[in-house]
Design a protein around this ligand. Sequence first.
Ligand code: RB5
Length: 153
Amino acid sequence: MRVAVASDHGGFELKKTVTRYLESQGIEYRDFGTHSAESCDYPDIARALAEAVADGTFDRGIVICGTGIGVSIVANKVPGIRAALCHDTFSAHASREHNNANILAMGERVIGPGLARDVVKVWLETGFEGGRHARRVDKITSIEETFCNGKGL
Ligand code: RB5
């Protein structure tokens, strides 16, 4: 599995926790930045990561800001992206089983490093259940087709 990771300055420290976890598990990832604690704009970071997931360069993305809200809003603007803001393992699990979420968003100012590691672990290890959930996810895709004129990335 190829994983893309990104954060703004508000998620910079938690991104380090996440990349350390991925390294410890031997999971291949690319760090889309930011690369310092200096202030930057989360839409730039989240958009770059979301495009790389939507075009298939990466299987999954993990994106972090102060709250996780800004980056999840941005990522969900990109056709093909289903970004889930999760600060607990139940939501992380359900976002994969039910929603086939391809991006996990978290907020460094919301969640501690220990729980964040567990959320990442559960989110990466849980598969999509398909069945009735596939029908519902297909309906999400059809909304994108309506509003994006059938032209995703
Ligand atoms: C940056 O201060 C903060 O607004 C950002 O990290 C994020 O929380 C936005 O949703």
